[in-house]
Write a protein of this length. Structure first.
Lengths: 313, 163
């Protein structure tokens, strides 16, 4: 039995052009003499061309009609083992939706951010600034589109980004000498091209929060004096078509007040003050703040009622 | 100065290589061959798998290594042992090494120690001891059970995948 430390995990994808040599050795004895002979064989690692485009934005993006410069972010990943140049194609005239986003443009990220920066990220011009992406690296690309006027609620307009290797296409195609480091390039299973789609949804979604307060003083009246209790009620409504995602309501305590322990509730059901399995907490997510996570809420659904109490210092 | 060194080497080399040839010319020679399997269509249009020498290989492809030991001498060769490192950038394909007529062992420590695959264990980064995986093997060794008679040749084989 041998106990050893596992050696460092090796990166996946041997770089294109790497020479892989193998030397086999034979040892033997003839009479009293011991001898060694060896033989070496070698090959070169081809470039495997593979690309994956993935939409980064939460899609569909809620837009108004008309709207301008709405962004869809895509990540173009070179999953092959050699540096590649890719041509990009933004297609906003897709079938199966209600409108075509207009004025579709592509911008190339220059500094690793996830949001388009005007004046920093250059406009993509096919054949002029096709992105060169190193093996196992990725480049963010931003599609900016306008939304035409007179579209109604719920209308969807899709756009797709396709990245295609400039070395070649067609799974299994071998481009002699086309690989990095003088190796051949083999077009991978994806055919040297990949496409991803996102969409724009015309939506009038609006979130409104109405906050009310009821004061109870120590004498049973409603005078806001030290020791008085204030019960706050937040009514959260979502209007419009579709649904909002990840809706989180936070409310800081007013100055000179103290939170009343175990006073938090959602729709009449008590929530613990601790940051735990239920939807709300006091001070757990953010200090001195009530936080209630409502998640995905459909437009036009029943209002949500959050309630908690403080005392005046 | 540089000239003198080169001259010195030139004088030494013939003597050294002549000795090496003298010692091994009457004995076992090894030949390593790397091949890949390719699909070809025969005369009837049927697909057949054929082996071709590996020259350029893409990541993920399997390479077949054949190591052929031949006794070109006039006396039997004893204690014949063929050792082959799994090349860098390659992972051994589990169960692919042939073992007929030989004791097959592996190393996970760069060829310092050898043992049958099922007895090799590794201490992971988490400190837990576990069986070594095929990709952690560093060397393969075949110890021939019988001497290699004059004129006799024996080949062993294994497969590894380009990372």
């Amino acid at each position: 039995m041998f106990l050893l430390t596992a050696h460092e995990a090796r990166a996946v994808g041997t770089p294109a052009g790497t020479a892989v040599a193998n030397t086999a050795t034979v040892t033997f004895s003839v009479g009293p003499g011991n001898f060694t002979q060896s033989s070496t064989t070698q090959f070169v690692v081809d470039e495997l061309v593979n690309v994956v485009v993935t939409l980064q934005s939460v899609s569909p993006v809620a837009v108004t009609s008309p709207d301008t410069n709405r962004q869809l972010a895509f990540l173009v990943s070179n999953t092959g083992n050699g540096s590649e140049t890719f041509s990009l194609l933004l297609d906003a005239a897709l079938a199966g939706d209600q409108f075509d986003p207009s004025n579709a443009r592509l911008y190339l990220d220059t500094n690793g951010t996830t949001v388009y920066e005007p004046g920093v990220d250059p406009l993509y011009q096919p054949g002029v600034n096709d992105p060169v992406i190193a093996a196992d690296s990725a480049r963010m690309v931003f599609a900016l589109c306008d939304v035409p006027a007179s579209r109604t609620n719920g209308d969807l307009g899709n756009a797709s980004l396709r990245a295609t290797s400039k070395t070649g296409t067609g799974a299994g195609t071998i481009v002699i000498g086309g690989g990095t480091g003088g190796a051949d390039a083999v077009i991978g299973a994806g055919g040297g091209t990949s496409v991803s789609q996102g969409g724009y949804l015309v939506s009038d979604l609006a979130v409104s929060v109405v906050k009310s307060a009821v004061v109870t003083d120590l004498g049973g009246g409603s005078a806001p004096a030290p020791g008085s209790k204030i019960t706050y009620t937040l009514q959260v409504s979502v209007g419009g078509t579709g649904s909002v995602a990840n809706l989180v309501i936070t409310d800081p305590l007013p100055p000179f007040t103290t939170y009343v322990a175990s006073s938090l509730s959602l729709n009449g059901t008590a929530l613990s003050d601790a940051l735990d399995g239920d939807a709300g907490d006091f001070g757990g997510t953010t200090a001195n703040r009530v936080t209630v996570t409502l998640g995905s809420v459909a437009g036009g659904s029943l209002p949500k009622t959050i309630s908690f109490a403080v005392t005046i210092n | 100065m540089k000239k003198a060194v080169i001259l010195g080497l030139a004088l030494l080399l013939p003597t050294w290589s002549a000795r090496a040839v003298a010692e091994t010319s009457s004995a076992v020679e090894i030949h390593a061959l790397a091949e890949v399997e390719v699909k070809v269509k025969d005369a009837d249009g049927k697909e057949q798998i054929k082996r071709e020498p590996a020259k350029k290989v893409p990541p993920g492809a399997a390479v077949i290594y054949t190591l052929r030991a031949e006794n070109k001498g006039s006396k039997p060769a004893d204690d014949v042992v063929v050792t082959d490192p799994i090349p860098e950038h390659m992972d051994y394909i589990d169960g692919s090494a042939t073992s007929a007529g030989a004791r097959l062992t592996f190393s996970v420590d760069g060829g310092k120690t050898f043992a049958p695959k099922e007895k090799l264990q590794i201490r992971g980064k988490d400190g837990v001891i576990r069986d070594a995986s095929a990709s952690e093997l560093t060397h393969i060794r075949w110890q021939f059970e019988k001497p290699l008679a004059p004129g006799e040749a024996r080949a062993v084989e294994f497969r590894a995948r380009v990372e």
